[in-house]
Ligand binder design. Sequence first.
Ligand code: NAD
Ligand code: TYD
Length: 355
Amino acid sequence: MILVTGGAGFIGANFVLDWLADNDEPLINLDKLTYAGNRSNLASADGNERHLFVHGDIGDPHLTASLLAQYQPRAVINFAAESHVDRSIHGPEDFIQTNVVGTFHLLETTRAYWSALPAAARQAFRFLHVSTDEVYGSLTATAPAFTEEHRYQPNSPYSASKAASDHLVRAYHHTYGLPVLTTNCSNNYGPFHFPEKLIPLLIVNALAGKSLPVYGDGRQIRDWLYVKDHCSAIRRVLAAGRPGETYNVGGNNEKPNIEIVHAVCSLLDELRPRIDGKPYREQITYVADRPGHDRRYAIDARKIEAELGWQPAHSFARGIRLTVEWYLANQQWVKDVQSGAYRDWLAKNYSQRQA
Ligand code: NAD
Ligand code: TYD
């Protein structure tokens, strides 16, 4: 079996559900259930004997050591993280605790477990660390996209904490020989995306008649990837990636934020028109920019394509339609995740961002 961490979050839950649907291998899903982790994301796996959910922290070495000893997984896939840049600006401590210290503890217990395995199992074992393109910093408008050789230049507490964890993962390979793999992926979107991030926030706010907040001039560029394609890339890297290597994962789909906002508005105009017949674009509000806002991310995904034959299967037009349709069909999920803490977050992040 495999051990997945953070499998109740956005990407982790998609990965777990796809894994259970695609093959027979069981998995342990270790998740702390922070505000971003929802058991309801995994509702369709309830009763599935191949899914063992464990509520706990990657930074708890006793727990992870006992899980490894008991279940003897052939791989660990580390999704668990604090993942929202704006939250890292308001309060970086949790990011250091989980992304840096937590990953360190997970590496340590994994190393102890892996060192004691018989030779063949040691060789076959993998520790796959899921990371982000944000570790590379910001690109100018004309610079070439990030390759795996690009210098690390993280600019936010979030990306700095992910960069630190990537370095630890790398060090455990070079120093101890732990068979690690690292993926650095661009912005994901799709089902179960927590509505603090741009795309789900737009859909949820639009339907609620609220403003659609665009930071700064809205010309910042992200390279958007449908989450199911990220999951297929991780499966591919786990199956065939070379230990010690990093693989950039992206959608070849650079878009300025304002185009994303327009795409969501147009789809909602078509699928769920406003009662007054006016376009959702009328709800767009330009607000104060994020401090230190990275201008452009772009992934050069040629390595994973050439070495492992991976390519995204969804165009942006297809992926964003599937996403909007999912949110329209899952309004109860949206209601369930909008706890009091979520409303507190909106007040904290947006009340001081006047247009
Ligand atoms: P998310 O915030 O939606 O989910 C994170 C999950 O980790 C939650 O279920 C949370 O409960 C869990 N978690 C947090 N701290 C934990 C801890 N100490 N122990 C155990 N579980 C803990 O994040 P996501 O968007 O699904 O991202 C998953 C991973 O992918 C992260 O490592 C992130 O850095 C990386 N990533 C995300 C994106 C993106 O666009 N969302 C892009 C590239 C890489
Ligand atoms: P986000 O989804 O937070 O992802 P990341 O910061 O990891 O790229 O934001 C995506 C882009 O959208 C980023 O440039 C910030 C911008 N953004 C807004 O313009 N308004 C918003 O309310 C949010 C949450 C993000």
